[in-house]
Design a binder for this molecule. Structure first.
Ligand code: DX5
Length: 233
């Protein structure tokens, strides 16, 4: 099973200090940053309809950052988006790539042609993630789609808001995907923290998105270290 990757969801951060919050998380041991950009279409609420990198109006864009350089300039704009687009993604791929994105993850539910979305992402030399919502079975991710992707995301809340209750019923999907794809990154996102990480890690997830649990903690680096230890145990 791949090693732990911790990806704090900045939805739970102080948006007024986004740059400092991003730097704080990377300094605190996070490998990636997870940013939810929502414009009220795919999900009912709005977060940052337009991401600082000038991404125009995505539906549900959850940007996860994969820092491939530690230059302060790049942190200042948090320009490492790993985007989770959920609608009309083809038009966002270039924006994300131009902003320095390393991985683009999209929701399976919002496309009838995942392979063409994957192709457009690869054309911009980004890695690919495929996300499924709580009501979507793991079998909806075919071998063909999974083999064309680098990461599979099992949402453990309904997309759209941070701070929701963890849906343990989604965890078996992690185990199902881990059994099918022992070496692939498998991510969980939503309500994950010290109380819920063990069941996720035991099922086989190695990429951990956590917002409230990390940003709400007096000592985020301790939470990050604890999540990592649980996955790597
Ligand atoms: C929901 C978002 C999640 C959310 C996680 O659509 O994708 O990333 O921010 O936040 P917590 O960890 O607070 O549930």
């Amino acid at each position: 099973m791949p090693r732990a990757i911790i990806s704090p969801s900045v939805l739970a951060s102080d948006f007024g200090q986004l740059t400092a919050e991003c730097k704080r998380m990377i300094k605190g041991g996070a490998e990636w940053l997870h940013m939810d950009v929502m414009d009220g279409h795919f999900v009912p609420n709005i977060t940052m309809g337009e991401f600082p990198q000038g991404l125009a109006n995505p539906r549900l864009m959850s940007l996860q950052a994969l820092p491939f350089s530690h230059s302060p300039r790049r942190y200042s704009s948090c320009s490492y988006p790993r985007a989770q687009g959920s609608f009309a993604f083809a038009k966002w791929v270039n924006d994300i790539a131009d902003a320095g994105g390393a991985l683009y993850c999209f929701h399976l539910e919002a496309t009838t042609d995942p392979l063409s979305v994957i192709k457009s992402i690869r054309a911009r030399n980004m890695k690919v993630g495929v996300a499924i919502s709580p009501d979507t079975p793991s079998t909806a991710i075919t071998d063909e789609v999974a083999n064309a992707a680098d990461m599979l995301l099992v949402m453990t809340v309904y997309p759209g808001r941070g701070g929701q209750k963890f849906l343990e019923r989604c965890v078996p999907k992690v185990a199902e995907l881990r059994a099918r794809f022992p070496d692939k990154d498998i991510e969980v996102d939503g309500g994950v923290g010290p109380k819920t990480i063990d069941v996720c890690a035991h099922a086989g997830s190695n990429v951990i998105v956590a917002g409230t649990a990390i940003f709400g903690a007096p000592n985020p680096e301790e939470v990050i270290a604890g999540l990592k230890a649980s996955v790597n145990a």
